[in-house]
Ligand binder design. Structure first.
Ligand code: SAM
Length: 206
């Protein structure tokens, strides 16, 4: 019988707020972390593009995390792993201060309804947590095809990021292109559909 995988979970439900996590072992390589990695397509492609990086996915759906870790173990891909966690409560338990080179926030869940906005990933608390986990010169890349969601996320970054992190394209500005070669599953889909993607890159001051 096939396993049922939930498409959306409520990150504010008690069962997703209070559970034990296993922080990833950091190898000392350039460390990239995808927030909300789903099935992990981006992780495997990113590692293919940058085999000297350590690539870590964070995901709130445990069955997907298990599948990613099984796949990377079976293929002997030591640089790829996924961690079952809620990024809004566990971030600073996962990574020591100053240990991550780049976070990717690729196409987070939109949670369209107004009273569901509080479930969105990008919050002032998350921005503070990401800043504390970043290495000097480290980066946070965000992208979404939903303009309102991207604008709301930009407001959170612009109002809570500086002076530690700054928008590489200038305050309150989106990037024209994705500066990274690797595409996430959602990015590939929306690109093929010809939809616009809203992107920003923030960098920690050295
Ligand atoms: C729309 S999918 C995007 C998948 C992938 N990043 C892409 O671009 O194709 C968002 C993912 O974030 C996960 N997610 C949502 N809230 C989360 C949270 N608080 N902590 C960890 N993962 C979360 C969801 O389970 C889902 O797999």
């Amino acid at each position: 019988m096939s396993k049922r995988i939930r498409h959306h979970v409520n990150p504010l439900s008690m069962s997703y707020l209070d559970f034990e996590i296993s922080p990833p072992e950091l190898s000392g390589h350039f460390t990239e972390v995808e927030i909300g990695c789903a099935e992990g397509e981006f992780l495997f492609e990113r590692y293919g593009d940058c085999p000297d990086h350590q690539v870590i996915g964070l995901e709130i759906r445990r069955s997907l995390v298990d599948e990613i870790n099984d796949k990377s173990r079976n293929f002997g891909l030591k640089g790829i792993s996924a961690v079952f966690c809620n990024v809004n409560t566990h971030m600073t338990e996962l990574f020591p201060a100053g240990s991550v080179d780049r976070f990717f926030v690729n196409f987070p869940d939109p949670w369209f309804k107004k009273d569901h906005h509080k479930r969105r990933i990008v919050s002032p608390a998350l921005v503070a947590d990401l800043i504390s986990c970043l290495r000097s010169g480290g980066e946070i890349f965000f992208q979404s095809d939903i303009f309102d969601l991207a604008m709301d996320a930009m407001a959170v970054f612009e109002e809570n990021g500086p002076p530690q992190i700054r928008n590489v394209s200038g305050e309150w500005s989106f990037m024209k292109e994705n500066p990274f070669k690797t595409m996430s599953r959602r990015e590939r889909f929306v690109t093929e559909e010809g939809l616009r993607v809203w992107r920003m890159l923030y960098r920690l001051s050295c």
